[in-house]
Write a protein that binds this ligand. Structure first.
Ligand SMILES: [Zn+2]
Length: 499
């Protein structure tokens, strides 16, 4: 290992876990996260690192405190949920059971333009309130990172900075493009956050609070991100009829900043657009020849976001997940509610707002095509504060492994694992995680490939998946026998070039 790499590793672990010891995992079927096929071997873990991978490691010669025979189980890197809205959740409920129970050991926060940092307010505007209403209290990323370290969550956390948050912190009128002075103020905040180790910038031009942003505003910010080697992640302006224009707009902004572009939760929404992923993925492949491109997806044909009348077309089914004025309607379909109230679906939607819903807006063939694309990473996009969340929060990773890989044979298990580990770490600049190799951090999952399956459904969404035997986080078993062990010490992960 190069000396500077060693130093980076040391700097990434601010608080090495004291309870970690030397552990030997014997007879594992190792899928290392690179996409390579499985191999039978032993893995020796020293403290929070993987020290040795070989056949027949002798327990005595390596002075293991703990030997575990893992015959029949598959060992993989801990999964990286690249698309989360867990910014406040990791602090409010550090057990993070919905994630750790699926084998997720790292979450990336701040997606869709929405991050807690850097904005201090008691009255977050929509859609920032989707993250939570009382947690906007971090003027800098460093203070948020300190809070994460103190909370000891069951997952590591990497953070994107949200464009909508920067707007809320810097602008007078969000319905306008930013003025020159406001762009400068946003760029200064972003620059500080990048110095504190942010992974990059996210935007959500789909949402009202950011929709007025023009190309100048976006390019000024991607240039800041590019200077620090970060990524630009987008929930695009449109995932419906204008999706091609929206893709070109996002790719153009990324290219101006010389930053990799990551397309969030890729879908072609609305029956009129079903089948169009043939077109969008072809465009993505063309763009990937001249710039660095990535995308993420969740394995369901329903999306979930705020209740919005412009998403009510009278054709697709809409399941209410949250309604402030009418909580009694949570779990019911909008068409039934509209019929009961004797009004149109649009009128019923207005009456239920503010709230959230699952929109059955995708075609299954598109979902499969996107999941299969070699650049696609897995991200849950789960909304942890919905009373009755989309099942992706508790089931996304297990559903990719069980339903789509094993049962439907959409891709091999090593490929499925790669989409949630090695590919994700590389794309987001997370060093020495997402891969099982000597010297890497011991974030690991032991799973039963025959049993792994998602249990969360639209009717019963908060169900733990089956088939995850154990999860290790930074060298400690953090989840076993269906429960958190309480030994987790999740780290705040800084972008590798920020050291
Ligand atoms: Zn989004």
């Amino acid at each position: 290992m190069a000396q500077h790499e060693e130093r980076d590793l040391l700097m990434q672990t601010a608080h090495p876990s004291s309870s970690a010891c030397n552990r030997l995992l014997q007879n594992v079927n190792l899928i290392d996260g690179s996409g390579s096929p499985a191999q039978l071997c032993d893995v020796f873990i020293q403290g929070d690192r993987i020290a040795k991978i070989a056949k027949d490691i002798d327990a005595k010669s390596c002075s293991a405190d703990d030997c575990l025979d893992c015959q029949g189980l598959t060992l993989t890197p801990g999964f990286i949920d690249v698309h989360t809205h867990d910014d406040a959740q990791v602090l409010r409920d550090p057990s993070m059971l919905a994630k750790i129970s699926q084998g997720v050991t790292t979450v990336i926060t701040g997606n869709c333009g929405l991050s807690l940092v850097p904005w201090v307010t008691q009255h977050p505007i929509s859609p920032l309130d989707l993250l939570h209403t009382t947690e906007f209290k971090y003027p800098s990323l460093q203070l948020y990172a300190d809070a994460i370290q103190a909370a000891k969550p069951s997952v590591n956390v990497g953070a994107l900075i949200g464009h909508t948050t920067l707007r809320a912190a810097s602008m007078m009128d969000l319905n306008q493009p930013a003025t020159h002075a406001e762009v400068s103020a946003m760029a200064a905040l972003l620059s500080l956050a990048m110095q504190d180790g942010a992974l990059g910038l996210s935007s959500g031009l789909f949402y009202q609070a950011a929709a007025a942003a023009d190309a100048n505003e976006m390019k000024a910010l991607t240039r800041v991100v590019g200077q620090y080697g970060g990524v630009y992640v987008t929930h695009m302006r449109s995932e419906m009829d204008s999706i091609i224009d929206a893709m070109n707009e996002a790719a153009d902004a990324a290219q101006a900043g010389r930053t990799p572009w990551i397309l969030s939760h890729h879908k072609c929404a609305g029956p009129k657009n079903w089948g169009r992923t043939i077109e969008t993925l072809a465009l993505l492949d063309r763009l990937a020849k001249t710039q660095e491109v990535g995308l993420d997806a969740y394995p369901y044909s329903a999306g979930s976001t705020l209740l919005r009348t412009d998403l009510v077309d009278g054709v697709i089914q809409i399941l209410i997940t949250r309604s402030e004025p009418h909580p009694e309607m949570i779990g019911r379909y909008l068409a039934d509610i509209a019929a009961q109230w004797g009004m149109s679906q649009q009128e019923a939607c207005s009456k239920l707002m503010p709230g959230g819903a699952c929109y059955f807006q995708m075609d299954e063939a598109d979902v499969r095509r996107v999941l299969q694309h070699p650049l696609t990473m897995i991200g849950s996009d789960g909304l942890p504060h919905d009373e009755r969340p989309h099942p992706r929060l508790w089931g996304a990773f297990a559903r990719v492994l069980g339903h789509y890989s094993r049962d439907e044979n959409l891709f091999s298990l090593p490929q499925a694992i790669h989409k949630m580990t090695g590919l994700s770490a590389k794309r987001f600049g997370i060093q020495n995680r997402g891969i099982v190799k000597e010297g890497a951090y011991a974030d690991l999952v032991l799973l039963d490939p025959l049993k792994i399956c998602d249990k969360a459904s639209y009717d019963n969404p908060m169900q733990m998946c089956e088939g995850i035997a154990r999860v290790m986080l930074n060298g400690n078993w953090s989840f076993e026998k269906g429960e958190c062990t309480g030994l987790a010490v999740g780290q705040f992960l800084k972008r590798k070039s920020s050291h």
